[in-house]
Structure formats: structure tokens, C-alpha cells
Design a protein around this ligand. Structure first.
Ligand SMILES: Nc1ncnc2c1ncn2[C@@H]1O[C@H](COP(=O)(O)OP(=O)(O)OP(=O)(O)O)[C@@H](O)[C@H]1O
Length: 307
């Protein structure tokens, strides 16, 4: 079942198309990431879904209904810990946020304790947010999106500025939110480890347009099948390397010059690469299909950050 459907979304600021005819959907219970270089339209898309931005064109549906009528189904987090009140404790922040949505009483107090325990914040529940680490603040901010128990959680860059351990904590929480709490998560991020470790699907934007859309697994498989390593018997000379770089393949060399890596679009190219190497008396010891990480997939679609 589709939790979110975005159809032909357009948002312009003067001459600039922040989002230009973007369409995608997010399945209920899945984690979907919107990726793209700075300024590619990620935040505009998420803000349009939760009605913080009114698009110029297109329609957005949440559980099949216009998103303006389904505000109660979504909770969103933007700019991480800026959503928090610094002089309030995590408990007070959560109680305040629940109150805005008209929730209170014993039930909410129990829910707050449950969430703070889940996020390993029970020892910090009475410490003002200002005195918590960035990772802890981020966990409180994510807990705030859960306090109202909405089906859909929208997160803008949930791991921004966090250290490795805190990122792993957030990854674990996101998995729990989707798999155990059965919520739908749509997030924007530049964190390719987060994408590879927890996301089911991705939408990659570039200059306001979708350049790729699919499951993380399929996109990885697509590139896994294309990247090959040619392990050589002897290191290549500088002259040979220059020659190979002048050919029509995107060759990469390892530091000791014994491995040649390239992406191919057709398996027949393997034979022509072997012929090319043989003609230069370069002997190949082994050919390996290389495992790729999601960063590689992303760079292939966007041509690199900030283009
Ligand atoms: N309020 C605004 N007024 C004018 N232009 C805007 C406004 N908001 C966004 N834009 C422009 O729209 C484009 C998309 O911005 P958006 O914030 O959606 O990108 P993003 O992918 O979230 O970027 P980042 O990764 O840097 O957060 C950018 O060119 C941005 O400058």
C-alpha cells in the first residue's frame, strides 16, 4: 500500500525550479531516502509533503487522500535539534510537542518515559537540552516526531553532524521505527552509509529532477554487475598507465599499480580490455566483479556533490 504519492510536483522560486516535475511513491512501512547534491530540491519536496510549502503544480496524496487533509498522519523534523527548546528537558520538550497536538495526561507521560528509554535517554530526561550532546539532542528531536504516534515520519538530514557512534544509534532507531513500530519513514540525507544500512528505497534528485528511483538493493546490484577489477601479474609502468588513461575506459589504478578497475556497460568489453592489455604485454592474473557501496551508485547518477 502506498503511504505517500507525489505526482508531477513543481515548485519555482522566480526563475529557479526548486523541484521540477517530480513523481515518486513511498510504500507503507518502508524507509525511503531522498538524495541529491546541495540545492537539488530535497527539503522542498519534504516540506511540500507536510504542507510547509505550497507547490506550484502537482498533487501529493497520503493514504490516497490530498495531503492537506491528512496532516494528522504525519510528523516532521527539520534542521535537527533546532526544533527543540534548549532550556527545556527532553521530557518537557516531548510533553510540549504532544500538547500542541492536543495530547496530554497519564498516557502521554507513560509514552514519554517509554520513548526516552527506547532512545537510551532515561538518565538525561531531566537535563536541559542545551547540556546534552548533539547526538542526544538529535535523538530527542526524533523522539518528538514519534510522540504523536503518526503513521508517517518525515526527517530532514537526521544524521547531520553526528559522530559514527551516534549515526549508528540513529540507524538502529530508524530500523525499529519502520520494522517494529511499522511506521513509514521518508528522509533526506547526504549520508550514504545510512542509505545503504537502513533504507529500502531511494529517490535521487539533481537540479530539481529525479535522476534515479528504485530499491537500494536493485541500484547496488546494477552497479555491482558493472564494476570489474583486473588483477595484474606485474605492476604497470607509468608509460602503460598513461596509455591506458588515454583509452575510452574510465580506468582507476590501485596504489601499487597491480590492479586496474573500471566500469563496463556490456560484458563483451571485458574481452576487448583483455585484448588491449595483452597487446601491451600486460598479463592478467585474475578478473573480479567488485562490490560497490552506495556512494559509488550516487556519484554515478549525480556526477558528484555540488555539481
Ligand atoms: N525560500 C526560497 N526562496 C528562494 N529559493 C529557494 C527557497 N527555498 C529553496 N530555494 C531554492 O530551491 C532549490 C532547492 O532547495 P532545497 O532546499 O529544496 O534543496 P536541498 O536539496 O534540500 O539542499 P541541501 O542539501 O543544501 O539542504 C535551491 O536552488 C534553493 O536555493
Amino acid at each position: 500500500m502506498k503511504a505517500i504519492e507525489v505526482n508531477n510536483l513543481v515548485k519555482r522560486y522566480g526563475e529557479v525550479f526548486a523541484v521540477n516535475n517530480v513523481s515518486f511513491s513511498v510504500e507503507k512501512g518502508s524507509i525511503c531516502a531522498i538524495l541529491g547534491p546541495n540545492g537539488s530540491g530535497k527539503t522542498t519536496t519534504i516540506k511540500s509533503i507536510c504542507n510547509l510549502i505550497i507547490p506550484d503544480e502537482g498533487e501529493i496524496k497520503v493514504y490516497g487522500k490530498d495531503n492537506k487533509k491528512t496532516m494528522d498522519k504525519m510528523a516532521a523534523l527539520f534542521e535537527g535539534n533546532r526544533n527543540l527548546y534548549w532550556r527545556l528537558t527532553p521530557t518537557e520538550n516531548l510533553r510540549y510537542f504532544a500538547g500542541i497536538r492536543g495530547l496530554g495526561g497519564k498516557e502521554i507521560n507513560e509514552k514519554i518515559d517509554e520513548l526516552l528509554t527506547r532512545f537510551n535517554l532515561e538518565n538525561k530526561k531531566n537535563v536541559v537540552v542545551n547540556n546534552l550532546s548533539k547526538g542526544m539532542q538529535q535523538k530527542v528531536a526524533i523522539a518528538m516526531t514519534l510522540i504523536c504516534n503518526t503513521d508517517i515520519i518525515l526527517l530532514d538530514e537526521p544524521t547531520l553532524g553526528l559522530d559514527v557512534r551516534s549515526c549508528m544509534d540513529i540507524e538502529r532507531e530508524l530500523r525499529t521505527i519502520a520494522r517494529e513500530m511499522e511506521k513509514t519513514v521518508l528522509l533526506s540525507t547526504h549520508d550514504m552509509k545510512l542509505v545503504q544500512n537502513v533504507c529500502d528505497d531511494v529517490v535521487i534528485l539533481d537540479k530539481g529532477k529525479i535522476v534515479a528511483d528504485g530499491t537500494v538493493e536493485n541500484l547496488l546490484r546494477m552497479f555491482r554487475g558493472m564494476t570489474y577489477e583486473f588483477v595484474l601479474l606485474n605492476p604497470m609502468s607509468e608509460e602503460i598507465k598513461d596509455y591506458l588513461l588515454g583509452l575510452n575506459y574510465n580506468f582507476y589504478f590501485t596504489k601499487d599499480d597491480t590492479v586496474l578497475e573500471t566500469e563496463i556497460s556490456d560484458s563483451k568489453e571485458i574481452y576487448s580490455i583483455i585484448d588491449t592489455l595483452r597487446a601491451k604485454n600486460i598479463l592478467v592474473k585474475e578478473i573480479k566483479q567488485k562490490d560497490v557501496n552506495f556512494e559509488r551508485v550516487y556519484l554515478n547518477f549525480t556526477g558528484g556533490e555540488g555539481n
